[in-house]
Design a protein around this ligand. Structure first.
Ligand code: ZN
Ligand code: ZN
Length: 102
C-alpha cells in the first residue's frame, strides 16, 4: 500500500507509513499479512506494540511510533572533530602555500 503523504510503498498489513509515520487510510479490508518476505534483512521489534519493524523503516507500521533509536551523540562529536581537523589542515596548507609561494 502506497503512502498518500510520501508515496512510499508499505507492506499490505501496515497501518502506518514506515517512512513518515502517517496513518495509511483508504483500504477497509484487512489483507492477510503472510508475505513477510518483502521486508529486508534484519527486522526489529517495536518497543511500544512489539510488532516487527522492517530493517529500513523509520516508523512502526502497526502503531506509528518512531523507530529511529540509533542517535548516538558520539557521531555528532566525531563529525565536528573531523570538520575541525579538515579546517585546520586547509588553514595550514594555505599558510604553507603562502610561505613557499614567495
Ligand atoms: Zn509516508
Ligand atoms: Zn509499534
Amino acid at each position: 500500500m502506497a503512502c498518500s503523504a510520501c508515496l512510499v510503498d508499505n507492506a499490505p498489513a501496515a497501518r502506518y507509513c514506515r517512512e513518515c509515520g502517517s496513518a495509511l487510510t483508504g483500504e477497509a479490508h484487512e489483507a492477510s499479512s503472510s508475505s513477510v518476505g518483502v521486508w529486508s534483512d534484519r527486522p526489529r521489534r517495536c518497543e511500544e506494540c512489539h510488532a516487527t519493524i522492517a530493517a529500513g523503516a523509520r516508523f512502526c507500521t502497526q502503531c506509528g511510533v518512531s523507530a529511529v533509536t540509533d542517535q548516538s551523540p558520539s557521531n555528532g562529536w566525531l563529525i565536528g572533530a573531523v570538520i575541525s581537523v579538515a579546517a585546520a589542515v586547509v588553514t595550514f596548507s594555505t599558510l604553507v602555500v603562502q610561505f613557499y609561494g614567495k
